[in-house]
Design a protein. Structure first.
Length: 765
């Protein structure tokens, strides 16, 4: 008989259709399903769907690939812990110390599993004390397990591409980039006001030309040529003045907008450099390039051209309206007939265009991502003959971009002609009303002619203002995407009041350090000390946490638990720049920038002399092969160093690290890309260079770490052994197993290499 619990505060959930039918006959009256997950890995870590259901009374499970359900009634001794490591999550059911069952899942299910584990703990509390008041848990998304925001039933993760709040206000945030040019903008506004006023003079002069010269002439009166000359001179002067002021205004504001755009690009790129590696791990290169490149160009175009036109249109409409009202208020009011409908249409279309242009930006980023992936990786593309596949990827992304643009164009194609049609209707109303006014002698023909000239400009500007909606929403969408970068706070913040760092001795103390990447636990409870000048080797299987530990020491990431101290000071108290200037690192995959060999070696010390560069290259055993190149140290390495071999790139990266003479040297698989002969040359150089320098080396070839003072053996994110090479071999533990496995593999490789060739092989050769 299962326990009866007061579960009113527990959530109710809907099971998948197949599960609901299978469980319906198994559930007891009043038993409530509160949580479920679908473990997707079997005991051999193969992808096989399973089922795990938590009710108010029991835990029900169906093993991956099975149809029968197992049940465990909830008792006080049960527990349901959850852990994850190396990309695999594990759920275990214990009855005291005895494990009853175990399920595995991929990390994408971790939020839902944690929610079930928390709910299981809540039920256990209710079993211990049925009168206990339990706060209702926060509702969560059934798809991904993300908790809903208060008063919301929408998932922020699943709906991250859904339209957000208006991005138009992002344009106002550009004001801080315009602040240094306040004087220029004020002068530009004054020039705009003056040029607009000058352009409104010619229609006003048509009234006396009609009423005082042309109409009297038709009635038999002579023409006053002095008066004609005066009015025509006024037309010419006003036109020239409007042209000159408009040119000065356009040039000045374009000059300002270019500098605002340049400042925006520089600020965004500078902020990107301050963000941690964790941010870049979740972003695509093409997307970031599109934001800094095309988005800022679009904002520049808006500021230099469209915003200028908009300001001119507003001034023209306001000043024209004032003149029209001064000429004839009733006739002026007829011009406003289509205005309410136009404003209503603008308000509707504005939102649709904003959402559309945000989708366009994302679609264009996808196109750029394909380029950013394919062009640097063109060697891999051609090596695997995947040109057609990459062309298909680009075509799909381009088609999506085209489709999104087509949807926007459908909206805009209807909106713009409709505004034009309404303005034509308004002009027709003015003609009808104006003719009736002339017929009743309320106004003269000259007044009507001037009125029509002004009304033509009024409606032209109104039509132009309606078209600015599209450009505004484009620029707003781009500004929003840029400020998404600028608003991001680094997960590795720089110290507010950094501790001065004059000289690093190299004592490193790691205490109870833990690190979690997203929902995945990478390191836990790591503790050991490294003395100044000591060489430490980090060994372990792939995924054991070696590189992650090095990243924490370099402070590419911050520990989530515990701390790391250098010379007795927490590294989070140092300035990031000052701290990293004392660290030389050679990565497992050497990266070279496009440029000369000398420039790449001197990357960490741009002011280095040629003698210093050559000395570093000699120490890294790179000098000889560099001299064999056509231009020596001035030879171009190509994009990402593609003009060099893997071993040559690695030796240049070693020289780059050695040039800065670091107090702490990090070698992350520094010899993994070189052959045995080259490895011996580099090892000879490293033997001299590690003297007096704290060195942390990672290597899969355990033979390269024999000279290390100590070896730290990691497994599943934890330290399992620490000691010297001979000492660890004598223990016959984890290091011994690694060493024996590698020796066996080396022997097998030697047998394969030295095996005599068969007749067929010889003939084929």
């Amino acid at each position: 008989m299962t326990a009866r619990l007061p579960t009113d505060s527990l959530p109710d959930t809907t099971l998948p259709a197949g599960w609901a039918e299978a469980l319906k006959p198994l559930l007891e009256p009043g038993e409530k399903v509160s949580s479920w997950v679908a473990p997707d890995l079997d005991q051999n870590l193969h992808f096989v769907p399973g089922a795990l259901v938590l009710t108010s009374a029991r835990l029900l499970a169906r093993a991956p690939g099975e149809t029968d359900w197992l049940a465990w009634p909830l008792t006080p001794s049960l527990s349901l812990p959850h852990r994850d490591h190396a990309g695999v999550g594990t759920i275990e059911l214990f009855d005291g110390p005895v494990r009853l069952a175990c399920w595995h899942h991929t990390l994408g299910m971790t939020p839902a599993v944690r929610r079930m584990s928390d709910l299981f703990a809540t039920l256990q509390k209710l079993i211990a004390d049925p009168n206990l008041h339990i706060e209702p848990p926060v509702a969560a998304c059934p798809a991904c397990g993300t908790p809903f925001a208060p008063d919301s039933d929408e998932c922020a993760v699943c709906n991250e591409d859904a339209p957000g709040p208006s991005s138009t206000w992002a344009l106002l945030r550009l004001a801080r980039f315009a602040r240094p040019y306040r004087t220029h903008l004020a002068v530009g506004f004054l020039l705009t006001l003056m040029s607009t006023a000058a352009s409104l003079v010619p229609p006003y002069l048509t009234m006396p030309l009609m009423d005082k010269i042309l109409i009297p002439f038709q009635n038999g009166q002579p023409i006053n040529y002095d008066l004609v000359a005066l009015y025509l001179t006024g037309l010419v002067v006003s036109a020239l003045l409007a042209w000159l002021l408009s040119w000065a205004r356009t040039y000045l504001l374009a000059w300002v907008s270019e500098r605002i755009g340049a400042g925006l690009r520089t600020t965004t790129f500078t902020h990107l450099q301050t963000l941690s590696l964790q941010y870049f791990g979740g972003k695509r290169t093409g997307d970031l390039m599109a934001r800094i490149g095309s988005e800022t160009d679009r904002i520049n175009l808006f500021l230099s051209l469209h915003l200028l036109d908009f300001a001119n249109d507003v001034l023209m409409i306001v000043m024209t309206a004032a003149i029209l009202l001064s000429i004839d208020p009733w006739l002026a009011l007829t011009t406003l007939v289509p205005l309410p409908l136009i404003m209503w249409m603008i308000n509707i279309v504005r939102g649709r265009l904003r959402h559309g242009f945000e989708k366009v930006d994302r679609a264009w980023a996808d196109v750029t991502n394909v380029l950013a992936d394919t062009i640097p990786g063109i060697r891999v593309v051609k090596a695997f003959a995947q040109e057609h596949r990459e062309v298909a990827r680009f075509r799909d992304a381009n088609d999506r971009y085209l489709s999104v643009n087509d949807r926007i164009n459908k909206v805009w194609a209807l909106f713009a002609p409709t505004v034009t049609f309404l303005t034509e209707i308004g002009l027709l109303v003015v003609w009808i009303f104006g003719i009736s006014q002339v017929a009743s002698s309320t106004i003269t023909v000259g007044v009507l002619a001037a009125f029509l000239a002004y009304i033509g400009r009024f409606y032209t500007r109104l039509d132009s203002m309606s078209r600015i909606v599209s450009h505004t929403q484009q620029a707003a969408a781009g500004a929003k995407r840029i400020f998404d970068i600028l608003d991001h706070v680094s997960s590795v913040p720089d110290a507010q009041r950094p501790v001065p760092l004059e000289r690093v001795e190299g004592n490193i103390e790691i205490r109870n350090a833990g690190f979690r990447y997203g929902s995945r636990v990478v390191l836990r409870n790591v503790s050991f000390n490294i003395g100044a000048g000591e060489m430490i080797g980090l060994v372990g299987h792939s995924g054991s946490g070696k590189s992650s530990l090095v990243n924490l020491i370099c402070r590419f990431y911050d520990v989530t638990e515990g701390g790391i101290r250098v010379d007795g000071v927490d590294i989070r108290s140092f300035s990031l720049t000052a701290y990293r200037q004392n660290i030389g690192i050679v990565l497992q995959e050497p990266y070279l920038f496009f440029g000369t060999i000398a420039e790449n070696i001197a990357y960490g010390k741009p002011e280095a002399t040629r003698e210093e560069i050559v000395a570093a290259a000699r120490a890294a055993r790179a000098h000889e092969f560099i001299l064999r190149l056509p231009q020596g140290y001035d030879s171009l390495v190509g994009e990402r160093g593609q003009a060099l071999s893997g071993g040559e790139r690695q030796r240049i990266s070693i020289a780059r690290a050695l040039l800065i003479d670091p107090r702490i040297l990090i070698l992350d698989e520094a010899t993994s890309s070189v052959d045995t002969t080259t490895e011996m040359e580099i090892q000879e150089a490293l033997d001299n260079l590690i003297q007096g320098r704290t060195t942390i080396a990672i290597a899969h070839r355990l033979s390269t770490l024999r000279k290390a003072d100590r070896l730290v053996v990691l497994d599943r994110g934890q330290i399992v052994e620490i000691g010297q090479h001979e000492e660890l071999l004598a223990r016959r533990g984890a290091y011994y197993a690694l060493y024996e496995a590698q020796n066996q593999k080396n022997e097998e490789d030697e047998v394969v290499v030295s095996a005599p060739k068969t007749t067929d092989q010889v003939n084929h050769a």
